[in-house]
Design a protein around this ligand. Structure first.
Ligand code: ADQ
Length: 458
């Protein structure tokens, strides 16, 4: 078979569709990953294996938008132990530099293995000889290994969207060898950053017999390729939104509402890895240090509800809301609210209106695989204005090095960087933005998909 015609089977925790509210119909989930892969799947009769998002439901295979959907059932109990437990209580904090203490529970590991086995079984049924199975992310790290046992005739890829931690941290995981062996079932293992790739290679050499040779790992009688493939966005789509009358008019209205003050913006899923609380403290310090300029700035924080009901997320939300109240109580007065806090999902054109409004975009996660918000902001700044303040601990910092790079743990340093950002001379701002815009134009999500799939076909 001509390799260019290999079928692609994506295996991901979630299907690329979701139920339309109050109906039995499906709609495509928003996001660049889905739109970039859709043409590859439609073209070659590919399919997608994943959970439909509803617990305890057996759903028949169906087709949506020309792509065969193969739902994997997950029970409500497994959602607790596999998803909230092992994925988000163990792996998520551990892989994000343990900024929250990871919990290790044996009763979470069993369901993780079990659900991974089920995904692998469904994937094994879905692939034809010579197909490519492309497994996504930290929820499914055991799938490549299980799938190889059943289907050594297919090419298997694995892409990790989140960071891979330093070996000293990874070593804490009681199931470290099983996880590495699972991932090593793949023929190509891809990471967001050079750092993630290096960390994984070190862990693989420490906990298995794998040996690194440049961008390859020799493991038993197999050679595995390691790839650095930073994920990107649909740049043209964001640039088009930035010119849409809806976004432009909304941005103008918002600017009037904030009385032309300088706007510092934060946009994140409400997650403890995103550094929202420290960022707010830094803004408070900026106001403290500039008593005569207090009225010149507003901080807008948009937070998307996420993993609600999980203790650490509820705590973080309460903490953020307390800090917002504290700053507004301390520095606000009738006619001026220093921090505006929006806890909700926004339609994309509204989100872009906020990007257009922002003089400074503050992206300060304590650790982040990539961070697409940083790239989206840059893609919408068609007039080359605006300053991106970017945590050096994001994957995006490896490519957007012309941003003002900051240590997100350092309140004073962050506050100093905010002060620099709000007053950055126009020429400097423009030079940085031009370079970053060039990068996001040349490296979009379609290039990313082509690169990843190209490596799998090679
Ligand atoms: P996330 O942690 O979710 O992604 P990020 O990469 O910033 O983080 O993506 C967030 C997405 O949500 C962006 O596309 C943004 O537009 C959207 N969004 C943010 N606020 C919104 C709002 N209020 N309403 C609607 N949409 C909103 C994980 C990893 C990242 C990695 C990505 C992709 O944690 O490191 O970059 O996957 O691999």
């Amino acid at each position: 078979m001509d390799t260019a015609e290999k079928r692609i089977v994506v295996v991901a925790n979630r299907l690329p569709v979701r139920r339309v509210e109050g109906s039995t119909e499906w709609e495509t989930s928003p996001g660049g990953l889905v739109s970039s892969l859709t043409p590859f799947l439609q073209d070659r009769d590919g399919c997608w294996v994943g959970w439909a998002g509803v617990a305890d439901e057996e759903i028949e295979n169906f087709s949506h938008d020309g792509i065969e959907q193969r739902p994997v059932p997950i029970s409500a109990e497994e959602i607790e132990d596999y998803y909230y437990g092992f994925c988000n209580g163990t792996i998520w904090p551990l892989y994000h530099d343990a900024v929250r203490t990871p919990e290790f529970h044996r009763h979470w590991w069993g369901p993780y293995e079990e659900v991974n086995r089920r995904f692998a079984r469904e994937a094994a049924w879905s692939v034809n000889p010579d197909d490519i199975a492309w497994v996504q992310d930290y929820q499914l790290q055991l799938v490549p290994g299980y799938l190889r046992e059943q289907r050594p005739d297919v090419t298997i890829g694995f892409y990790l969207h989140i960071p891979f931690p330093p070996v000293e941290l990874f070593a804490q995981l009681p199931w470290r060898t099983q996880i590495i062996e699972g991932i090593l079932g793949a023929d190509v293992i891809a990471f967001q950053t050079a750092l993630g790739l290096a960390n994984f290679a070190r862990a693989a050499q420490r906990f298995t017999s794998a040996r690194r040779r440049g961008k390859l790992l020799e493991y038993g009688d197999r050679t595995i390729k390691l790839q650095r493939a930073p994920i990107a966005i649909d740049t043209a789509h964001f640039a088009a939104l930035a010119q849409s009358p809806l976004a432009v008019t909304r941005a103008e209205a918002l600017r009037r509402e904030v009385h032309d003050r300088k706007v510092i913006l934060g946009v994140d899923r409400l997650d403890y890895t995103k550094g929202i609380d420290i960022r707010l403290r830094a803004f408070e310090t900026l106001l403290e240090r500039n008593p005569r300029r207090e009225n010149e700035f507003v901080f807008i924080q948009v937070a998307v509800p996420s993993r609600e009901g999980v203790g650490q997320y509820t705590e973080m939300r309460n903490r953020i809301e307390q800090i917002v109240g504290h700053i507004n109580g301390r520095f606000g007065h009738p006619g001026h609210v220093p921090v505006h806090y929006l806890y909700r999902n926004l339609p994309q054109d509204e989100l872009v209106a906020y990007y257009l409004l922002a003089d400074v975009m503050a992206v300060t996660p304590l650790r982040d695989g990539m961070n697409l918000v940083a790239k989206e902001y840059v893609a919408t700044r068609l007039d080359n204005t605006g300053v991106l303040l970017l945590s050096e601990f994001t994957g995006a910092a490896e490519s957007l090095s012309q941003a003002l790079l900051v240590n997100p743990h350092d309140v004073d340093g962050l506050s100093g960087a905010l002060a620099e950002a709000v007053d950055l001379p126009g020429a400097d701002m423009k030079k940085r933005m031009v370079a970053m815009r060039r990068y996001v134009k040349r490296n979009d999500i379609y290039d990313w998909a082509r690169r990843c799939l190209g490596e799998l076909r090679a």
